[in-house]
Design a protein around this ligand. Sequence first.
Ligand code: AMP
Length: 634
Amino acid sequence: MALLQISEPGMSAAPHQHKLAVGIDLGTTNSLVATVRSGMSTVLQDEHGRSLLPSVVRYINDNEVIVGHQAQAKQSEDPINTIVSVKRFMGRGIKDIADKAHIPYRFVSNNASESPSQGMLQLDTRAGLKSPVEISAEILKALKVRAEKALGGELTGAVITVPAYFDDAQRQATKDAARLAGLHVLRLLNEPTAAAVAYGLDNAAEGVYVIYDLGGGTFDVSILRLSKGVFEVLATNGDSALGGDDFDHRIYCWILDQTREQTPNKQPLNEEDTRLLLTKARQAKEWLTDNDEAQITCKLSDGYAIDVVLSADTLVELTQNLVNKTLSPMRKAMRDAGLELSEIKGVVMVGGATRMPHVRHAVQDFFEQEPLTNLDPDKVVALGAAIQANVLAGNRSDDDLLLLDVTPLSLGLETMGGLVEKIIPRNSTLPVARAQDFTTFKDGQTAMSIHVLQGERDLVSACRSLARFELRGIPPMAAGAARIRVTFQVDADGLLSVSAREETKGIEASITVKPSYGLSEDQITAMLKSSFGAAEADKQARALAEAKVDAMSLISAINIALEQDGHLLSESEKDEINASVKSLEQTLNTEDSHAVHAATEALNETTENFAAKRMDASVSRALAGKKIDEVDLK
Ligand code: AMP
């Protein structure tokens, strides 16, 4: 009789059971799900053998929703209820959407004050108001169903990829969507990091790698450093309005030019013909990746027959400047990371548009090395996410691959004078925790308002407000005596929490930052740009604000001293001090930091004598029977 096995206490009864974990590339245009099977990362297909799931959701009625190819087919017929590219709206408010006029949806702001997503946008559809989180959840549900069918069981968890520049609100929204879809999120992973993992760079030589991602509508470049088995995102950059679609548009315009040559009075195209020609343009572009010529034929709705031949050379001529537009974000990312070209160990190509030979050549010329292209550029992110999911689910216990990302913008808090003190600088590696001590501004101050900000500028007004909270119950002390330790912590998923602790009594307050709006990549770029341009102005503004804070605390200290010990002064001495306080107060209404400094100095001088008298008085009090360490010399 065979012996039954009994596991050791604490050990799983089925130690070698493979957990079903997947990687999901939740893309703007298409989404994919992949898993590791027999040690190989593989993209899971639908029942028709298709890997890509178009990220399109169509609401048919209250109870019926379709996702993917079928939804995509109805896009032009039912645009209001067929949502494409919902990723653009994740973690966004209405005011964040710049090109509303060109988007067919009915946007509504979520004003429900009890809702955690108050201020976020919603879309008014036939099935009622839908948030981007709910819409994305439909895509994730479809991928979950696909995966569970293919793998024959319930999923343990998923790694979901997000762009490296996604901010807190966008990451939180992605997590919420997964939760709504019934998925356990093992980790949010940056898309470029996932691509690097797919190429096995985590097992490659240590060094710096560039991920060049040109998709249908966006371009992203990320620079990662691998050292001691740890990936770190050094810098990210990109152009959120540049992708394969722009190449299609160039070809489309070229076709129109050709037809105008033949029939100069041709009317502008209607919507249907425009879509038809754009599809033809896209097919020609993709064909030219492996061929020298593409024949473009179609019939417009007025019966006009188009029949033109586009050569690969003409395609290059038409679109070379689009390819060149990707160079400047690359240069900026290199500069941000402080790197020379010679330090780049490898370049990974991601996104369908990187199949175009002239794109590959441009990247090769720029980095002076051949990029890695042997994996399908559409699948590489999902494949990498699956590998990471497999590790996190515990299927590869011998492997402790650790992936690190960075903060896209600095995080800090407001200090007196409307200034920002940066606690975590931009491009800090995640997870990160930094603490700094602050103190009170006024005597007896028992509460402190913590205002959390994001941005590169010195002034609160030029940064983005993320959250506010209060620390109450600080024991009353003299201004500057309390020690308040404020800790900023950003977890591996990029989510920020801030806590403040008063050190003597140990009272604490904290907040997990879920900003009501996220930031677009463009906004991040704009904030960075404005910080570069405004450095000098910010320096002056900081000097002025700091001078004013010093002046105000001096005035406040002198007023308290006058109240307590004014009797030590003659009337004329008091008048002199009051006059000096007044002239300092007057400078506070100016923008002149030198004047504030000078008046502060003057007041310090005027009160020197008073300070000496107070000290004498204190010493006399001490001599009158008190121990010296009880004497308050203030
Ligand atoms: P993605 O967003 O990564 O799925 O990339 C989609 C873009 O890649 C679209 O603009 C496609 O037209 C483009 N694309 C896909 N296959 C090819 C190909 N063989 N040659 C050129 N572009 C392609």
